[in-house]
Design a protein around this ligand. Structure first.
Ligand code: GLV
Ligand code: MG
Length: 301
């Protein structure tokens, strides 16, 4: 939500999104940034954000705004904030800079040191080439976020439609390498990894299609820019009922066979399950439970 628009900051509180980011970067015009900082501090302090992770996106480190963004927002509303999104991160020293600044502000203000997290947006070739070092750069880092619009501009990809395949490229998915590269770096360092925005906000089917691509690979979520996209995102990133039931069944069956019957690899219907099946099932079951799904089947030996 653009920090320059108090009406949007209010609206954001009512949407069923898991997280919100209040923006000081590209959705806010340069002349509106000082006012946007004030709006964001007030919205964090006075708003009802219960149930949502609250983050603020500051400007990137090549601008003149970053230090003032961080100081003003965190001094003004640090107790009401869960994380800072640092955009266009190109190497690990940028995250270290933010970590150090946050620590100093936390000490000055008497906040708990280290509570405020960092999300790093990967938005250009240099950021992607350095993504392993970025992912391991700070204990505060919780999430890597793909910034497809800036990224496409940075590599000269020949399309203006963010997230869609560039016309003329018929060999596969032009985003596969980028998404997979980020996913590997994130999982290596136990971070979440989130896909970026889809700008055709009226095309909810288009959103779903692009979101499914990231969800299928293992991404944890995708940004939403509009209320219409929230429902689609929640649906795409939650397991299907059938898969959730299957995952719970595997967990229960595996537990029974390994403890009661003391066998490691066993048959569940026509499927062989073992320790690796349990690990896959844990992922799907955890996502289903988090999404509030209920089991519709039970295991009988
Ligand atoms: C988001 O910041 C993007 O550039 O896609
Ligand atoms: Mg961007």
């Amino acid at each position: 939500m653009p920090g320059s628009n108090p009406r949007f900051l209010e609206k954001a509180q009512t949407l069923p999104a898991d997280a919100v980011f209040l923006d000081l970067e590209d959705s806010v015009a340069p002349a509106a940034k000082p006012e946007a900082r004030k709006n964001i501090v007030a919205a964090l302090r006075e708003g009802d954000w219960s149930g949502k992770v609250r983050t603020v996106r500051v400007n990137d480190l090549t601008t003149m705004w970053t230090y003032r963004d961080v100081i003003e927002v965190v001094e003004g509303a640090g107790e009401f904030l869960d994380g800072i999104i640092l955009p266009k991160v190109q190497d690990s020293t940028e995250v270290v800079w933010l970590d150090t600044l946050l620590t100093q502000i936390e000490k000055t203000m008497g906040y708990e040191v280290g509570r405020i997290g960092i999300e790093a947006q990967i938005e250009n070739a240099r950021g992607l080439v350095n993504v392993d070092a970025i992912a391991g750069s700070s204990k505060r880092l919780e999430t890597l976020v793909f910034g497809p619009a800036d990224f496409m501009a940075s590599i000269n990809m020949r399309t203006l439609v963010v997230g869609e395949q560039p016309p003329g490229y018929t060999e596969g998915d032009a985003y596969h390498y980028i998404l997979m590269r980020m996913l590997m770096a994130a999982r290596t360092h136990d971070l979440q990894v989130i896909d970026g925005p889809y700008l055709q906000i009226k095309d909810v089917e288009g959103y779903r299609r692009i979101a499914r691509r990231a969800a299928a690979l293992g991404f944890d979520g995708k940004w939403v820019l509009h209320p219409l996209q929230v429902e689609a995102a929640n649906e795409v990133f939650s397991p299907a009922q059938e898969d959730y039931d299957h995952a719970e069944l595997i967990l229960e069956a595996y537990e029974y066979y390994t403890t009661v019957e003391r066998r490691g690899a066993v048959m569940l219907g026509d499927e062989m399950i073992d320790e690796a099946s349990r690990k896959m099932a844990l992922v799907v079951a955890a996502k289903g439970r988090a999404a509030g799904l209920r089991r519709t089947t039970t295991f009988t030996p």
